[in-house]
Design a binder for this molecule. Structure first.
Ligand code: ATP
Length: 449
């Protein structure tokens, strides 16, 4: 049976991954059956109801049919007991996908598989309703449980679907790992003790197989939250050995427990490619769009940098505003160097019709500058002779019809640039993870470190 869980926490406390870790440990201890490595699935990062990173969890437990009800009761009891129910935005949901459905899918039943596949993909890229989830639950005869308005059922079904797909088609989705350490209860809400030097050492020993533990350019550790939640820290990476090695090198307060997760973090799965974009670009969706810089960047109040992009591709929108927010720090220096006419690809989420930049590719820099021509006789700059009337040297009377086109040094290279780890979304793919594919495609990357 696969169990998906979501929406148990609030900004004031708890974390759905902690609840999952408690349950996985408890179910293992009670020997109900073999429990899989849990999944931590990041869903649409633009969803307004999210607490923080729009994460949901799932795991599989292999057990005899007669134990199913007992395990469901344990899960319901933990979700009811540990969720932050007094907080308005907490609306827990649990979905159970039992062996009848799993066996049918495993046996080649394509309809249910594609329904769950679509649901997971839409939960990461689109905005869904509870009715969308209920329709699938009813059609596939799934069992579920929810509290308050039960909105967590959307995330719970998506996380469970991700695990179904990973089981049936192991190469279907890119994935990464996170090893999360949890604090002892008496320390929740107090400041975290983590020896900073050990974090840098741990990162140096395991990067790039682990990533986003520290932000080198901004001299910050970024692997621990600052909220009152039970998470002490999380180490992300591409190898199980590397995340454990990094963990062993960290000196910190004693933890209550730790749990490894298989995740869709660092994969960019939220991005809808240009060619898949619908005619109308919609808010709360994330895109990869090709275009040409339409206005030179300008820094606005708050330190954010904005410019417009004239879009190519099939969207009916012809131009879009792009923004690099102040927290993206040094990434704004790249954006400030853009110039009208640069061919670019922008990556980010659309909010209030503005694309919030996560990455940018400078595909072809506009190296040509048009300048008033120089007089052949005296070498001085010629002046305009009037609209559409060419250029004339006032001294010598020489005439030229067109401007000179000179090649300029831009002080920036073509290639892909990213926001630094301090500003990175959980689901965004660090460029260091893209080095192989980019080298293969002869595209240059400029990782933030
Ligand atoms: P944390 O990261 O700390 O676990 P969170 O940021 O995951 O918290 P939740 O408390 O889980 O936030 O709230 C997100 C809510 O949005 C959940 O109820 C989830 O079911 C719902 N949701 C997730 N993805 C979508 C989507 N694509 N469309 C509509 N609702 C969604």
């Amino acid at each position: 049976m696969i169990i998906g869980i979501d929406d148990t926490d609030s900004r004031k406390g708890m974390c759905t991954t902690y609840l999952c870790a408690v349950l996985v440990d408890e179910l293992k201890k009670q020997r109900y059956g073999e429990v899989s490595t849990p999944r931590l699935v990041r869903l649409n990062p633009c969803i307004p109801f999210k607490t923080r990173g729009n994460g949901a969890v799932s795991f599989e437990i292999r057990l005899n049919k007669e134990k199913e009800e007992e395990v469901k009761e344990v899960v319901k009891a933990r979700v009811s007991g540990l969720s932050e129910l007094s907080e308005e935005g907490t609306n827990p949901g649990v979905v159970f996908i039992d062996d009848t459905v799993l066996n049918a899918i495993g046996g080649g039943e394509k309809d249910s598989e594609s329904v769950l596949k679509n649901f997971y993909e839409n939960a990461v890229r689109e905005v869904l309703t509870l009715e969308d989830a209920y329709e699938i639950i009813s059609n596939l005869h799934l069992d579920y449980f929810g509290l308050k308005n039960k909105r967590g059922i959307i995330g719970a079904l998506a996380a469970a679907s991700f695990l179904v797909l990973q089981k049936t088609k192991p190469d279907c989705y890119d994935f990464t790992y996170e090893l999360v350490a949890y604090r002892r209860k008496e320390r929740w809400g107090t400041s975290r003790f983590i020896e900073e030097a050990s974090v840098w050492k741990s990162d140096a020993a395991t990067y790039p197989l682990t990533w986003d533990t520290v932000d080198v350019a901004n001299r910050k550790t970024v692997f621990a939250p600052h909220s009152p939640c039970p998470v002490l820290f999380g180490i992300r990476g591409d190898s199980v050995d590397a995340i454990y090695k990094a963990y062993e090198l960290i000196r910190a307060e004693p933890e209550e427990r730790k749990m490894p997760f298989v995740t869709n973090q660092g994969t960019d799965f939220h991005l809808i490619m240009c060619e898949d974009a619908k005619e109308k670009l919609e808010d709360y969706h994330s895109y990869v769009l090709d275009g040409v810089v339409g206005s030179n960047p300008r820094t606005v109040e708050g330190g954010h940098v904005v410019f417009s992009t004239l879009l190519s591709g099939k969207s009916e929108e012809r131009s879009i505003e792009c923004i690099a927010y102040e927290p993206t720090k040094g990434f704004r220096d790249v954006i400030r160097k853009l110039r009208v006419g640069d061919e670019i690809t922008v990556f980010g989420s659309l909010k209030k019709k503005t694309l919030n930049l996560e990455k940018i590719e400078l595909r072809k820099l506009n190296l040509v500058e048009e300048r008033n021509p120089k007089c052949d006789k005296c070498g001085r700059t010629m002046e305009s002779a009037g609209r559409l009337q060419g250029y004339r040297c006032k001294r010598c009377g020489t005439y030229r019809a067109d401007k000179d086109r000179v090649s300029i040094d831009r002080g920036i290279e073509e290639g892909l640039y990213e926001v630094p780890p301090v500003a990175r979304r959980h689901i965004s793919k660090p460029l260091v993870r893209m080095r192989m594919e980019m080298e293969g495609a002869n595209r240059k990357i400029h990782p933030s470190r």
